[in-house]
Write a protein that binds this ligand. Structure first.
Ligand code: AMP
Ligand code: MG
Length: 395
């Protein structure tokens, strides 16, 4: 096993080759999940004007406490043009412009209206007034380049006037499952056959990473159909295959890639599960040959493919985003391969504890489905004891 790259080394090989795709304009309404390609600047002050934080009365703080004459009404979107003079109050709603001359707002709960007057308690200058530009000033950076836009970022961009944003194009990713034994769910299984699940997992993982996915028809372990399907997949920005990358005589993916002119960057990584992962490039296309065992494919995706898909979109952080935790039970160490152990997280007062699930073999997708974490187990001999600090990846 000597000489195989470790996880970090293999990931570095991938990221060296995953350069951001060309920028395009994206309407703000379609920008969720996209990665910003350039700093986005505020097109307005936010708030755009001094506004009220409460329903109540706009006043001069020096007039309070006291009884004031109600001389107008400023509602959200319907400003009061009149300027406030001494001894006056203007009824105001949340989000409305604080009229000129007023320097505070008294909430309605602290007032008593009688006739055309209002009795107000004391307020200090600036109370319940949101200052123009208090959130952001026009021209300042709202969201920096490389940020993956979540709901709050989309909201910030819209609130500061962005109708569209610049983002790297979404990577087009082709998925190809290989294996003569594979049948689609819903079909009857003949002897020796199993249901094909990897393409569904990979599609879901890819879409959650921002890719545009095309799932190719699964192919059997036959030289010609494997080569034809891979040739079609090489038109995409990324091709992800599953199965057929081990050392068996029916493992045809690497041979097909070589025949089609793809340059293999690495094959096999010192990791369990997922050792026989292959990574190749042809022109601008990145190719990941993931092993067929469902847990190996799932893990290989999180370690290498998701970071690449994010890097192609220009993401500032590409992960994998390992988090700190500690072991709830001992795990065995290996001197040859780092491990990604499927575990369930438990939040304790002093941090997250990860409990390995039973059934750690790489074909056990059902056991893996009961886990919510992949615990990274370093190289070593013996065992890592319960309570030891580890890092884990949420899945
Ligand atoms: P391979 O990497 O082709 O040697 O496949 C390893 C194991 O994973 C075998 O038991 C395959 O039957 C299984 N396998 C391969 N591809 C898939 C798939 N798409 N869905 C579910 N299991 C698969
Ligand atoms: Mg196979």
């Amino acid at each position: 096993m000597a000489g195989l790259p470790g996880i970090d080394e293999a990931l570095a090989f991938v990221l060296e080759r995953a350069r951001p795709l060309a920028l395009e304009t994206v309407p703000i309404g379609a920008a969720i999940g996209r990665v910003l390609g350039a700093d986005a600047h505020a097109l307005v002050d936010l708030p755009p004007f001094d506004s009220s934080a409460m329903d109540g009365f706009a006043v001069r703080a020096t007039d309070t406490p006291g009884r004031l004459r109600i001389v107008g009404h400023s509602a959200a979107g319907r400003p009061e043009s009149r300027e406030l003079a001494a001894g006056e109050a203007i009824a105001i709603s949340t989000g409305a412009i604080v009229p000129a001359g007023a320097d505070a707002v008294i909430p309605v709960e602290r007032t008593t209206v009688a006739g055309g007057t209002v009795e107000v308690e004391a307020v200090a200058e600036g109370d319940n007034r949101r200052e123009q530009g208090g959130d952001v000033r026009i021209g300042a950076v709202v969201v920096p380049a490389g940020t993956r836009l979540g709901p709050a970022q989309v909201g910030a961009l819209a609130a500061t006037g962005a109708a569209e944003v610049l983002c790297a194009r979404r990577p087009r990713v082709a998925v190809l499952a290989t294996g003569t034994e594979l049948r689609a769910p819903g079909e009857p299984l003949a002897s020796g056959e199993i249901y094909e699940s990897n393409s569904l997992v990979l599609r879901a993982q890819l879409e959650s990473a921002g890719a545009e996915v095309v799932v190719l028809h699964a192919v059997g372990d036959d030289v010609e159909s494997t080569r034809d399907a891979i040739a079609a997949g090489l038109d995409a920005d990324v091709l992800v295959t599953s199965g057929g990358v081990s050392v068996g005589e029916h493992d045809l993916v690497r041979g097909a890639l070589a025949a089609l002119g793809a340059e293999e960057v690495f094959w096999r990584v010192a990791v369990r599960p997922g050792k026989p992962v292959a990574f190749a490039v042809r022109g601008e296309t990145l190719v990941f040959g993931l092993p067929g065992n469902p847990v190996s494919a799932l893990v290989g995706f999180e370690l290498f493919v998701r970071p690449a898909v994010l890097a192609l979109q220009g993401a500032r952080t590409t992960g994998p985003p390992f988090l700190p935790g500690r072991l709830g039970a001992p795990v065995r160490l290996s001197l040859e391969r780092e491990g990604l152990v499927r575990a369930r997280t438990r939040v304790e007062p002093d941090g997250v504890v990860v409990d390995p699930v039973s059934g750690q073999e790489s074909h056990m997708i059902v056991q893996a489905a009961g886990a919510d974490a992949l615990v990274r187990v370093p190289l070593g001999s013996g065992a890592l004891a319960a309570g030891m600090p580890v890092r884990y990846l949420a899945i």
